[in-house]
Design a protein. Structure first.
Length: 189
């Protein structure tokens, strides 16, 4: 609420209620009412406060950044495609709001498994942590080894196959919150 923002700005500038009231040309009792959300400020009062804080008036209407959060391993959302040999764990909080959001997903692909996707709805960067995985794109294919990364534009279809006897383990950064639709099957090779 607006009062919470006024209070936060005041405390950031280390002003007392009385000091801010004097600089803004309002009474300290009125300012106290504003800070406790007992009353909504007029636009003219917001302009005065914005001038004291050295901020635009729009700063009173911006959404605050979310508090930092830790996601414990035991609390992460995870899943698999049955006993297909493909599993995932979402490493980022699911409840972040706003346009700037990145989803990190850890995936595991067992040897002999082929993963198919019609394309991710977001930009993606895949970092292979362990194993060797062959990625086939519409026009080319890559053999990724541990430490390699691959950047994909949205909606690029691909096939991924774990090569060798070690499972493939990757961390994928998606530029949004939508997870790709995938299927996994045993390789017929």
């Amino acid at each position: 609420m607006t009062g919470d923002i006024i209070r936060r700005f005041r405390l950031e500038q280390e002003l007392t209620l009385r000091q801010l009231a004097e600089q803004a040309g309002v009474t300290d009792s009125y300012l106290s009412l504003l800070e406790t959300n007992g009353e909504e400020p007029s636009l003219s009062v917001l302009r005065k406060l914005a001038k004291v804080f050295g901020r635009p008036v729009t700063a009173f209407f911006e959404e605050p950044f979310p508090e930092p959060s830790i996601i414990r391993a035991s609390e992460r959302k995870s899943g698999s495609l049955g006993d297909s040999g493909f599993s995932w764990v979402i490493l980022t909080p699911e409840d972040l709001k706003g346009d700037a959001h990145i989803t990190l997903v850890e995936t595991r692909l067992a040897p002999g498994i082929v993963l198919r996707s019609g394309g991710m709805p977001e930009q993606a960067c895949i970092y292979l942590r362990k194993g060797a995985v062959r990625i086939q794109l519409p026009d080319t294919d890559y053999l990724m080894r541990a430490g390699d990364s691959l950047y994909l534009q949205p909606f690029v279809s691909f096939t991924a196959a774990c090569e060798g006897s070690e499972p493939g383990s990757a961390v994928t950064a998606l530029s949004g919150t939508a997870l790709p639709s995938v299927t996994a099957e045993r390789s017929s090779l």
